[in-house]
Design a protein. Sequence first.
Length: 133
Amino acid sequence: MTKEIIQTPLAPQAIGTYSQAVKVGRTVYLSGQIPLVPSTMVLVDGDIAAQIAQVFDNLQAVAVAAGGSFSDIVKLNVYLTDLGDFPVVNEIMGRYFQQPYPARAALGVAALPKGAAVEMDAVMHLEPQEYPL
């Protein structure tokens, strides 16, 4: 099976030695996204809600570039510097995802790149394309 590197200018460019996502077969591994605004590569202005929304926007851009959508995400990992922000994650996640929700883990971490308060990564499984006869 070959792997395909996914890259889009609609999400922040990698700030290290990694790809935005890697597609192997019908599985896509989306790298962690922090709340960087893609056009400026600077953290989004605002509170934790603004940061969480920017992370979801960034993940969505990569998912679309890989040929999928949030409905194809099967696993989501959330990293927070303050687990007290978890209710805000749930509230904003409800704007981006519909049932059935993906499996999810939430972890408290000491620090994240660029001083971000939240980071998320995901695994996406793409359904086979159906073509009319």
